[in-house]
Design a protein around this ligand. Structure first.
Ligand SMILES: NC(=O)c1ccc[n+]([C@@H]2O[C@H](COP(=O)([O-])OP(=O)(O)OC[C@H]3O[C@@H](n4cnc5c(N)ncnc54)[C@H](O)[C@@H]3O)[C@@H](O)[C@H]2O)c1
Length: 256
């Protein structure tokens, strides 16, 4: 049986958890050679176990701090030494802090930029010369990058995710002459370890807001991974610069 990513070298960041783990499992099941990494060593090792047990191919570097320029440079150099090229780069990893503008210290602001913009820029920057002809980049924005929120006050996160959506378009422009496509997936409310302990905790006001999602439920990591798989694959051969929103209609339909 042929897979949709047969033989492709797919670098995925943040594979220890949530959507990154789901993508590692899905991409490997479609024949990709998955190259993962994460700052969380235990979670990364568990992902390697899951992928391998299912018959997939994965290597993983952990712990790796993707906000460390030299560490990312060395990691990508090792990937290229091992595999010779990168066909897919899915810059999924991220961490954030939510706060309204009045309560966002400059330190918090800088921390969020580092963990949501630097963490995308660095792997893209170091991988760029090694992307194969026709390679696919998938970035992860958010509904937070295209909307404001009365309930989840998040000035820095809104800025970074809007920045990721914008970066996608610039990468599409700069990659086009090499046949490199760059697209973005923008999840809405997805049940992952990141949201379980925060926005989707039982006592958080967002829990109520989430009930107003048109499709009537919170999304699952695999539903984002499936969209990323499509954009990463040759099936999306004429799609670049796009932002695919995966939110059950949340950002498209006004309440009421
Ligand atoms: N869950 C949601 O509802 C939601 C909504 C919109 C966007 N997103 C985005 O989806 C992506 C994945 O998030 P998730 O929900 O799966 O969260 P998650 O916390 O389950 O996974 C994120 C992974 O990134 C890793 N990571 C964080 N900082 C790192 C660093 N400095 N170096 C290396 N690895 C690091 C974490 O250890 C973790 O394994 C993120 O970019 C997030 O902003 C999530």
């Amino acid at each position: 049986m042929t897979g949709r990513l047969d033989g492709k070298v797919a670098v995925i960041t943040g594979t220890a958890s949530g959507q990154g783990r789901a993508a590692a499992e899905l991409f490997a099941s479609e024949g990709a050679i998955v190259v993962g990494c994460d700052v969380d060593a235990a979670g990364s090792a568990e992902t390697v176990r899951l992928v391998t047990a299912a018959g997939g191919t994965i290597t993983s570097t952990h712990p790796l701090d993707l906000t460390d320029d030299a560490a990312v440079r060395d990691w990508i150099a090792q990937v290229v030494a091992d595999f010779g090229r990168i066909d897919i780069l899915y810059a999924n990893a991220g961490a954030t802090r939510f706060a309204p503008v009045a309560d966002t210290s400059y330190d918090d602001w800088a921390w969020v930029l580092r963990h949501e913009l630097d963490i995308v820029f660095l792997p893209v920057h170091h991988a760029w010369p090694h992307l194969s002809e026709g390679a696919s980049i998938v970035l992860v924005g958010s509904t937070a990058g295209i909307t404001g929120s009365m309930t989840n006050t998040r000035i820095a996160h809104t800025a970074t995710k809007g920045g990721v959506v914008a970066m996608t378009k610039q990468l599409a422009a700069e990659g086009a002459s090499r046949g490199i496509r760059a697209n973005c997936v923008s999840p809405g409310m997805i049940l992952t370890p990141a949201t379980q302990g925060d926005l989707l905790a039982d006592d958080h006001p967002m829990r109520q807001i989430a009930q107003h999602i048109p499709l009537g439920r919170i999304g699952q990591p695999i539903e984002v991974a499936r969209a990323a798989l499509f954009l990463a694959s040759d099936e999306a051969s004429y799609i670049t610069g796009a932002n695919l929103v995966i939110d059950g209609g949340w950002s498209a339909v006004l309440p009421g």
